[in-house]
Design a protein. Structure first.
Length: 533
């Protein structure tokens, strides 16, 4: 048997026994979304058998590129199916029912990865996460969602409406110990969310404790997961990540064949290059169709702690400037400059109207840093911290497309020109007192121990960092009005032909040169490089 394509080991370390192949492990939790379960058929059509699903056909083409394939695919009103296709296997797919998995539970993903490694013990794992993404998602203990906790033993009542949820009596300003943020919020979606941020990290850690290799690349093939909070939380458990800061249109893995055709042509490549190929081929599929603009990036996950340090430095400088400005009588000037910077920075669509501006509450962190540098009236420490962070993030973006999205005719999403990189949750950016539904859990790391909490655990970025301190200080004296409605994330589908594509699949091109690594500068180095900056 001819040698299968491989990945180069990470520089300076050995992640385990030598590998002789690659296995693509696809985790596809479609079981709460009929559109994804039936695509490319209409939602009202009968659901195709698992063997005929578009994603399964895509995975067959991956195996033809000399890469092993394993998948766990959960469908609406159907079983969860395990699929295994050895490299070069031309035969029909024979899915195996695993009955019904709880795809939001860490043990489902962990068990899948352990099984994949046992089936292909000499392979590097490349993990693709399909389905919905949302950026930060809290780890909530459902047993704490009691009437007593939600109402603080009858002290508060909640009113839900189409434009959000209000609480009565009106709570105090955010600068105080705010009951509406410390207490358990009822703002939980009625439909199921993806796996929590902490749950994903737990799944990866559990799998590796049971013998699975750390994934060489995680491809977050979904929306909003080019996220500081998410990537920092999983950073210890994988080498590289590819993700998308705004929407990524569902293509049922159509781009994977080309990614692994590139690997087959090269014979071997770095983990970083494979991560870049995931983004570039996603761009090529979507741009060829038109009206599907996206922004994709890749990052060396080992760089996330240093990036978090730079974010903490900026947040600390902002807090110091805001607090120091009170005695000088210039706090309104500082708040106004920060608010202007946030409003001018690229927003990503947390309010599902497909208009990317405030009140959307995911902000591009690199663009925010660049806009802070441009404001007058901010302390020199803020400008310096923003400069350092903007420089460190300059190599994350692989590409940014410019087009009119089919979901919002008459508007243009321009992800190419602004200095963009990665999103971060920035609740109530315009100081309107209107908060993202996740906000109580996001700020819960600063909770009053005397108030109930529904968080099972805090993520380290929020518990140990200073970004939450900035959010709280920025909102001092801003009255709370309402929480935005909690809805399941939107996942626009790819508008292609009846077979689930936008025309002929592009032929694999020659592998590009290996890019330089993104992330913070090291001593003696200049600005970090990367493609698509």
């Amino acid at each position: 048997m001819a040698k299968l394509p491989t990945l180069l080991p990470t520089e300076g370390e050995c992640s385990g026994p030598a590998t002789d192949s690659v296995v693509l492990a696809v985790f596809a939790p479609f079981g709460s979304d009929k559109v994804l379960s039936t695509w490319p058929r209409r939602e009202t059509d009968p659901q195709a058998p698992i063997e005929q699903q578009a994603i399964v056909r895509s995975l067959q083409r991956v195996a033809a590129q000399h890469v092993h394939v394993c998948a766990l695919v959960d469908l609406v009103d159907d079983d969860s199916w395990y699929i295994e296709i050895p490299a070069k296997s031309p035969g029909p797919v024979r899915p195996v029912s695993t009955w019904k998995q709880d795809m939001s539970h860490p043990h489902s993903l962990a068990g899948f990865l352990v099984h994949v490694q046992r089936r292909f013990p000499c392979s590097d794992i490349v993990l693709a996460l399909e389905g919905h993404g949302a950026g930060y998602l809290p780890e909530i203990d459902g047993t704490k969602l009691t009437i007593e906790n939600i109402t603080d033993s009858g002290g508060f009542s909640w009113t839900k409406a189409n434009d959000g949820t209000t609480v009565s009596p009106n709570p105090p300003p955010l600068s105080m110990v705010s009951p509406e943020l410390s207490m358990v919020s009822p703002e939980l979606p009625a439909t199921r969310l993806p796996m929590s941020t902490l749950g994903l990290a737990k799944a990866l850690a559990l799998a590796q404790a049971k013998g699975a290799r750390r994934p060489a690349v995680i491809h977050f093939n979904n929306c909003f997961n080019l996220s500081v909070e998410l990537l920092h939380t999983v950073a210890r458990h994988a080498d590289f990540a590819t993700a998308y800061a705004n929407y990524n249109f569902f293509t049922a893995g159509q781009a994977y064949e080309r990614v692994f055709a590139n690997l087959r042509a090269a014979g071997t490549t770095s983990r970083e290059q494979l991560a870049v190929w995931f983004a570039e081929t996603n761009r090529d599929i979507l741009d060829a169709q038109g009206k599907h603009p996206t922004i994709g990036g890749r990052i060396r996950l080992a760089d996330m702690p240093a990036l978090a340090g730079l974010i903490n430095a900026l947040a600390t400088a902002l807090v110091n400037d805001l607090v120091g400005a009170i005695a000088a009588g210039r706090r309104d000037v500082v708040v106004g400059a920060i608010r202007t910077a946030i409003r001018e920075a690229q927003q990503y669509d947390t309010v599902p109207d497909f208009v990317l501006e405030v009140p959307d509450q995911l902000t591009d962190l690199r663009h925010l840093a660049e806009r802070l540098k441009a404001q007058t009236g901010l302390a020199a420490a803020v400008v310096q911290a923003a400069t350092d962070l903007e420089t460190a993030l300059s190599g994350v973006r692989v590409y940014g497309s410019v087009d009119e999205p089919y979901k919002k005719p008459g508007t243009i999403w321009n992800f190419r020109k602004p200095p963009l990189a990665i999103n971060i949750l920035c609740p109530d950016p315009d100081l309107q007192g209107i908060w993202d539904w996740r906000s109580p859990y996001y700020i819960d790391s600063r909770r009053d121990p005397g108030h109930p909490s529904a968080l099972a655990e805090d993520i380290p970025f929020l518990k140990q960092g200073t970004w939450v301190d900035f959010v709280i200080e920025y909102h001092r004296k801003i009255d709370f009005k309402r929480y935005l409605p909690a809805r399941a994330p939107v996942f626009p589908v790819f508008i292609g032909d009846d077979k689930g594509g936008g025309g002929p699949r592009p032929r694999p091109k020659e592998p590009p040169k290996r890019p330089r690594s993104p992330g913070p500068r090291k001593a003696g180095q200049g600005k970090t490089g990367g493609s698509g900056v």
